[in-house]
Design a protein around this ligand. Structure first.
Ligand code: HEC
Length: 172
């Protein structure tokens, strides 16, 4: 008998459809619940990510003043400074015995910086350093503004500059 056998599956299909309706109602409710839970979790994750990103930014800001700090120079090495003097063509404009140069475009570095530093009320080393970095800050009497290159501050490293100042001020 095929019909009684056929009824049971028919009822089963109906039951399945009812279960499917329940499931169809329960699943969206569950999904909404999970979605709220997940979206809250997602917000927390975003907050942590922002905190993690802002942390390296603060580190970078902390590093910047640390790089600025070493700029006040330590005592330079006069022997190395002679090489800097020769490599940077200071001698093409300046007389300086220790370097063996006799040019007269700029002041004699054996005598003039000491005189001009006093005129300018500056310690000799600080005056020489400023004269190399900003030649126009003080113009030696009898000489013209804008002749000495103003690019040495970019050309020379902090160490090279300190060595150069040590060489020029050595024994003075
Ligand atoms: C193109 C020529 C020229 C070159 C190159 C040059 N200078 Fe000068 N320098 C001058 C002139 C001109 C002056 C004077 C005007 C002034 O004070 O800026 C001067 C001034 C100076 C002073 C100040 C002297 C004083 O008594 O006021 C110092 C120190 C000095 N130079 C050092 C150097 C050193 C170190 C170099 C190499 C890194 C150099 N110069 C390269 C032309 C030059």
């Amino acid at each position: 008998m095929a019909h009684p056998g056929g009824r049971d599956p028919y009822i089963t299909v109906g039951e399945i459809l009812i279960w499917l309706l329940f499931v169809a109602l329960l699943v969206p409710a569950g999904v909404v619940g999970w979605a709220i839970g997940h979206s809250t979790g997602g917000t927390r994750t975003v907050t942590r990510t922002v905190a993690a990103v802002s942390a390296p930014t603060r580190t970078a800001k902390t590093t910047t003043p640390a790089r600025t700090t070493p700029s006040p120079p330590a005592a330079g090495n006069a022997a190395t400074g002679k090489a800097v003097f020769t490599a940077t063509p200071c001698g093409s404009c300046h007389t300086f015995k220790a370097a063996g140069s006799t040019a007269k475009v700029g002041p004699d570095l054996d005598t003039r910086p000491a005189v001009d530093a006093k005129q300018n009320h500056m310690p000799l080393a600080a005056f020489v350093r400023e004269s190399i970095l900003k030649p126009n800050a003080y113009i030696s009497p009898g000489y013209k503004k804008g002749v000495m290159p103003q690019t040495f501050g970019k050309q020379l490293s902090t160490t090279q500059l300190a060595d150069l100042v040590a060489f020029i001020t050595a024994g003075k």
